[in-house]
Design a protein around this ligand. Sequence first.
Ligand code: ADP
Ligand code: MG
Length: 685
Amino acid sequence: MRPDLLNPLFAGVDGLDGVGPKVAKPLERLGLARVRDLAYHLPDRFVNRRAVASLDEASVGEQIVVALTPLDYRQAPGRGPFRVNAVDGAGNVCALTYFGKASYSAKKLLPLGERRWVAGRLDQYGQSLQMVHPDHVSEGSDQALGSLCEAVYPLSEGLTQGKVAGLVAQALAALPELPEWIEPGLAQRMGWPGWREALREAHRGEHGPARDRLAYDELLANSLALMLVRAAGRARSGTPLAGDGHLRARLSLPFAMTGAQRRAIAEIEGDVAQGAPMLRLLQGDVGSGKTVVALNAMLIAVEAGAQAALLAPTEILARQHFETLSRMLAGTGVEIALLTGRDKGRSRESILMGLVDGSIPIVVGTHAIFQDAVQYRNLALVVIDEQHRFGVGQRLALTQKGRRTPHCLAMTATPIPRTLTLAQYGEMDVSKLDEMPPGRQAIDTRVVAVERMDDVIGALGRHIGAGGQAYWVCPMVRESEADDLAAAEARYEELKARFGDSVVLVHGQLRPEAKDAAMERFARGEAALLVATTVIEVGVDVPNATLMVIEQAERFGLAQLHQLRGRVGRGSEKSVCLLLRGNALSQVGRERLALMRETQDGFRLAEEDLRLRGGGELLGTRQSGDTPFRVATLEQISKLLPVAHDDARLLIERDGGLTGERGEAARILLYLFERDWGVLLLRGG
Ligand code: ADP
Ligand code: MG
């Protein structure tokens, strides 16, 4: 149970002042459901303003706070802007300019002849000075001067900076005092503040040590949890599996295994023969052939008279795995079932029966396969097709609750750098598929300026006209970004107007049924063009789709582009990937796209991605997608993860049950970062 101490942090945001349904919705889209989430909703950056006595002291382009007195109003004709001409103490005139709806409230905000404090960016307009949509206008100086260093938060539609700042302030005021889990010597060496102070500082300004400390907390929690999973696995016994090969011999595969695949299978076979449960990561780039390795592993279990389960991250993938595996198993007589959250009624009942009595030896599904209602006669191997992203530890924890621990094989398609492997998977044994199946053609990757959109659409038309299929990918940084969604929908409409009903659209906000239906039409070849946001990253295998267009390619991470590109080049036909780039391309952006053209080696791209992003902007880029972390940036991960890892090991080894004073504090940390599945194992173990 979560310690009571943390209750105020895990209270819902709806208990805060000013949170009604209208605000709760956009907060939810940002993943802000509880007070804790708000406290950790760290600013993207800060606006630093300077208070000036007169405009003479300020330069154009500068963020300032200044006292101004409105002289007159000017409404430009038509839909032109509304201007308030205002004067400072020294007689300099500056126009405060408002467009659209904002101009309605300008008169009330800036009454003629009354002095107001104005915060905003000073610009030049022709010969005169102006401020467009000042950020703040207030009667007293307090509010204005309080905004000298102002946080800029990630927003979603329906929220304003002021609203979020107000809610964050409430969350920060509610922070309890927590015991220190960081080793005192380390905190001192690094100059890190305590937890509560660190959170408050991180919202107040660019405090490197505070941000680092918060990142470290997250990394430590993750390392601890992963190590607890590892330790719990070691302490339990698994089922030694000795397969005699009779089922594997009956598999009819249309290809010969690569050396890497054979090595991986041999390593797995060696592991599962042991009494201790296997904990192995199968790391292989997109298309390297992980599925057949997983199948062999599962057949070893079945040959030994046990059951195996394959856990997929999404419905679509579960379905796809089921179909692929069913085909491969056709000649073996081995039964396989599909179980997802959507299966109900009779068929579900009969699958559950088959799992209990053991007549179904292999099941494929989503997390539904680990619900309490699902019982196995003899589950001895779990394969987790992680693809990428969160949660392998949590899923492992799920499998480790029984008396006998199943062997576990986690598969990842994300060629992540070594530091991140450690972060995401802890100390698992690793098998690498570092050899591609033969006969793969390089994907012809080209960077194309967005001005050539017409040419691109023309080429797309010829491709489809000749019976080909294609992907069109639109960027969507956060699933909540309304603009991105609108842009994707607009593109879809445009392409549909051009190519008719054979165009389908898939994005993250569609209902799962609608998403599946569109994907299936595309997979069956009924649709020629799939317009999608990045949801296809972990998606379909359609060998006939040999053209991919990625819009605003500079907005994607390299690893992500690589994953996307891996959707083409799966058949024998030559594939093409067109990276459309905008005009305002930074140096780093240019380098990244050039790399995509140059190499198809996922591991190299991942390392370069880390290097190129490492030296990024001051606060770094938080990556919600690529790592299991919400606070730590890639840069902080490289810098602090090894420290956190060593510290976690010491803590667990010295104090096996996390019982001492620091151990108790560390438990609180695990709950704080919702790695409490680690704690559960502790108690059970
Ligand atoms: P991933 O590692 O991305 O999961 P898959 O297992 O889906 O890759 O395999 C990608 C494609 O390569 C599949 O069509 C599969 O049948 C094929 N494949 C796998 N192994 C080999 C091999 N040794 N030789 C040729 N083709 C292979
Ligand atoms: Mg796969």
